[in-house]
Write a protein that binds this ligand. Sequence first.
Ligand code: HQG
Length: 186
Amino acid sequence: MNNKNDNIIVTQSKFLSLVLRHSPQTIGLKLDSGGWAQTDELLACMARSGRRMSLAQLQAVVAGNSKQRFAFSEDGLRIRANQGHSIAVELELMPRLPPAELFHGTATRFLDAIFQQGLTRQSRHHVHLSASVETASAVGRRHGKLALLRVDAARMAADGHVFYQSDNGVWLTDAVPVTYLAKLGS
Ligand code: HQG
């Protein structure tokens, strides 16, 4: 794929994130309680708001998204974001036992608050955690100078904290109290 196509897909993917996670009303779209939009309705709303895309283009955005941010229902009639919502949706995630340790990348300027309050979900539904240091680092760098935290997920789970894994592999939990956090590196 050439760069121009890549850029178009990134732009379309960002816009899909906006409407499927945060602001469906921007294009007059309605999501059901599970966060699903009707695929044909999404395409119609996109067209009406001047962002026409074909079903094939939508399928390419969903399939080509590096983080699998979106998913179609099995019959393809509905589409939703896999995680990251700020609006109320019930994703009906199943609790899962996490790996013994998980990682969270953040910016150094948040560390004081984090070591006072623990990790809290901010504007999202959950705190997002990664199984790998690499992924956590990439997530953290989005915010500024990277700080990496190790989460003692084994002890959290043993203490009754519930974890979920989104369809695209992100680990989710309601909050991470300070006692389970350790800063990595210097
Ligand atoms: C920080 C991307 C102060 C937290 C990524 C983070 C991820 C606190 C920021 C997904 C805090 C929230 C989520 C506290 C947490 N005081 N700051 N008590 N507790 N924070 O973007 O985890 O591109 O909402 O450390 O790949 O960075 O959207 O969360 O720095 O999977 O698909 O508050 O977003 O995916 O930032 O990223 P975010 P996140 P998408």
